[in-house]
Design a protein around this ligand. Structure first.
Ligand SMILES: C[S@@+](CC[C@H](N)C(=O)[O-])C[C@H]1O[C@@H](n2cnc3c(N)ncnc32)[C@H](O)[C@@H]1O
Ligand code: SF4
Length: 300
């Protein structure tokens, strides 16, 4: 038996953020159910091949998995439990966008078996959130954290982006303390990457916005790292900071080159001694998986 990670990709979002080139679509509610059926077929197709494997992390990411109605999230989780051996102490994470969860949904996610949530904050400033095309404001982020605490979650991560236009050292210091005061116990602080073809990259080319230069972004990162350290966060990877006992097992497994299986649109795997990836086109993925055909497009 070997310990492994499972990654499940849900490619839907409420809106498309200007910086993001993840395979995700702000549309297609009519496809949610077809996609989940296809995904469940793909999961079932690995049952035999994974007979001798134990999964100690399950990570539902995206996109924004929390845009799915609970019954579909439950269906995915049930299919995972029925077809794979999941360690009883496994870390179950779901990525969440603040505008997508109320207390009932928080309770249901906890009851399904998720024990860790990763909430996309990105910025604690309403104007910046609007500029980024986020579907939420600061107040909704705070409400979401409260909701998850009420639902019983202790292991709560917030994603934050460094190097945004207009960001100052004081802003990142204030954000560090703001997150700590909300009792978030894990922070992923990513430096902004300007991805080709995104609206952000076009705005920069057209001179409509100017980003902080690389040196200043490094300063922002150092300032943030020092500030969160003061309040008890350990930096355990380049972008990840955790309070004691709350490092993400999923992140750690990736860095330790443990094998992981990715299922869903465009997911990547390192499993059975090789690397492989799934197709990128939503309709093609749905069609192939529902015909019980392989959805792998590349392997080495
Ligand atoms: C796949 S997203 C999932 C979170 C969720 N969809 C949300 O945004 O609320 C994971 C994280 O990647 C980060 N991210 C995405 N694109 C990025 C970029 N171009 N530069 C830096 N960070 C990025 C964001 O912090 C985001 O929360
Ligand atoms: S950052 Fe998250 S919410 Fe925004 S488009 Fe990307 S996956 Fe969707």
């Amino acid at each position: 038996m070997t310990n492994n990670g499972l990654y499940i990709h849900v490619p839907f979002c409420l809106s498309k953020c200007i910086y993001c080139d993840f395979v995700s679509f702000a549309c297609c509610e009519d496809k949610f159910e077809q996609y989940v059926n296809a995904l469940c077929n793909e999961i079932k197709s690995y049952r035999q091949k994974c007979e001798n494997k134990v999964f100690d992390t399950v990570y539902m990411g995206g996109g924004t998995p929390s845009v799915l109605p609970t019954f579909l999230i439950r269906k995915i989780a049930d299919t995972v439990k029925q077809n794979f051996y999941i360690d009883k102490n496994a870390e179950w994470t779901i990525e969440v966008n603040p505008a997508t969860v109320d207390l009932q949904k928080g309770n249901e996610l906890f009851q399904i078996g998720f024990n860790r949530v990763s909430v996309g904050m990105q910025s604690a400033d309403d104007k910046t959130l609007q500029f980024l095309g986020r579907a939420h404001n600061k107040h909704q982020f705070e409400q979401t954290i409260k909701t998850f605490k009420q639902a019983g979650f202790k292991n709560i991560n917030a994603d934050f982006i460094l190097g945004l236009p207009g960001q100052t050292k004081q802003i990142v210091k204030d954000t560090a303390n703001y997150l700590n005061n909300l009792e978030v116990i894990h922070i992923s602080a990513y430096s902004l990457i300007v991805e080709k073809g995104t609206p952000l990259s076009k705005m920069i080319k057209q001179g409509k916005i100017v980003l902080p230069d690389d040196d200043f972004t490094v300063d922002l990162y150092d300032t943030f790292a020092q500030e969160v350290k003061k309040v008890g966060f350990e930096r355990y990877e380049v972008s990840n900071f955790a309070k004691e006992g709350f490092k993400s097992q999923h992140n750690e497994n990736c860095w330790k080159y443990k094998e992981y299986l990715g299922v869903g649109l465009n997911s990547q795997s390192f499993m059975f001694g090789k690397r492989f990836a799934n197709i990128k086109t939503l309709d093609k993925y749905i069609q192939k998986a529902n015909e019980k055909k392989s959805v792998v497009s590349w392997s080495q």
